[in-house]
Unconditional design. Structure first.
Length: 378
């Protein structure tokens, strides 16, 4: 994406430099002093008055003090200098950034592709309109319905990482996803100072197998033979590196929301399936409902924001998968069922009676018309 941005700046006749802190000579220089970055570029003051210098810096977290580096350059050279700084792992940036850079930065987080973006990357833009029709009309029987089903099944299994989506064959997709697990996750673990990398991977695989379930640190600690605090730290690392996210419960009492166990979901189904080494088709998977639920979680998170998304569960086991909290005691509630016939509305009377201001419905896979518009709208 930053290479595309560089190309855009070039077309706009802007002055830019593309640098990476994986280059040891650049890294050594900026660690000595932030202004040494201009040993590899020109000074902003050397540009005409109406021009701005753009620095695109990749892997900024490798600097010894990245926040000090950025702050000094901003304070001294803005607005003649703009920096686009990227990092592959938010955990290290979070750890390394001693200054919040409040008022000096904008943060962009990039998640895997949504299904409409998936169709675009597959050069199937003409299917996006049909996808919308399938949402809006339960009995829609367009010529491309089966094709959309096939592509959606692929999306549920292989996820939305752009390189994986663009890979032309299923073996190549699987190879790329395994590379994510074996190389990038391993790199994250090593650079974070994790001493028991095998335990880290074992925990990740257990979480993959428990997607959508309650997260109990003590049970996990017993399973992987580690201290509960270590398990908690490893899960925090997985959150900061965009592997998993935790969903908190919805209660009228905020203190209860903060103390009850969360549920765990993965940011990408493909990575989750790679951890389990399971790329079987949906017809041959007992976890197809889990894959659909994980998809719905990610879609709702994108539409409404993580801070507005919850699940509901009572002490006697009544549960609703997703709650979207809105002002004035209103909101949305969704139960996810792969097969709509499994949905029994009477089972959820406790919730509907306790929260009459919430619209409640089922999201299913086999009956496309019941996929709520709010969930998959474009």
């Amino acid at each position: 994406m930053v290479k595309q941005l560089a190309q855009h700046l070039k077309q706009q006749n802007q002055k830019y430099y593309f640098l990476t802190f994986e280059d040891p000579s650049i890294l050594e220089a900026v660690n000595q002093h932030p202004e040494n970055i201009f040993n590899f570029t020109q000074l902003p003051s050397a540009l005409p008055e109406n021009k701005t210098l753009y620095l695109i810096i990749v892997e900024v977290q490798y600097a010894q003090e990245p926040s000090n580096f950025l702050k000094l350059l901003y304070d001294k050279y803005a607005p003649k200098l703009k920096i686009i700084a990227t990092g592959s792992c938010a955990f290290y940036i979070d750890k390394s950034f001693k200054d919040s850079l409040a008022g000096k930065k904008k943060i962009f987080e990039f998640y895997p592709l949504a299904f409409d973006e998936f169709l675009h990357f597959k050069q199937q833009d003409e299917l996006i309109a049909d996808w919308q029709h399938m949402i809006e009309r339960p009995n829609y029987q367009g010529l491309d319905k089966n094709k959309i089903h096939t592509l959606f099944n692929e999306y549920l299994i292989y996820g939305g990482y752009p390189a994986v989506v663009l890979a032309p064959t299923l073996p190549e997709k699987q190879e790329l996803l395994q590379e994510l697990v074996n190389s990038y996750m391993k790199k994250d673990a090593l650079e974070a100072g994790i001493k028991e990398a095998l335990k880290f991977f074992e925990l990740a695989k257990i979480l993959a197998d428990q997607t959508g379930n309650l997260l109990n640190h003590y049970e996990l600690a017993n399973t992987v033979k580690m201290a509960s605090s270590t398990v908690e730290n490893y899960i925090y690392l997985m959150q900061k590196t965009f592997i998993v996210q935790l969903l908190t419960p919805f209660y009228g009492n905020v203190r209860k929301e903060l103390t009850k166990m969360p549920k765990v979901y993965f940011n990408d189904n493909g990575l989750r399936n790679a951890l389990l080494n399971n790329f079987n088709t949906l017809n041959n998977r007992p976890d197809k409902g889990v894959l659909l639920e994980n998809y719905v979680y990610n879609r709702l998170k994108t539409l409404y924001g993580q801070s507005n998304l919850y699940f509901w569960r009572t002490a006697d086991g009544n549960e609703i998968d997703f709650i979207i909290k809105q002002p004035e005691n209103k909101g949305l509630a969704y139960e996810v069922k792969y097969n709509e016939t499994q949905f029994k509305p009477n089972k959820y009377k406790k919730f509907t009676e306790a929260y009459p201001g919430f619209d409640f419905g089922c999201v299913s896979k086999e009956v496309e018309g019941n996929l709520a518009k709010e969930v998959i709208r474009l």
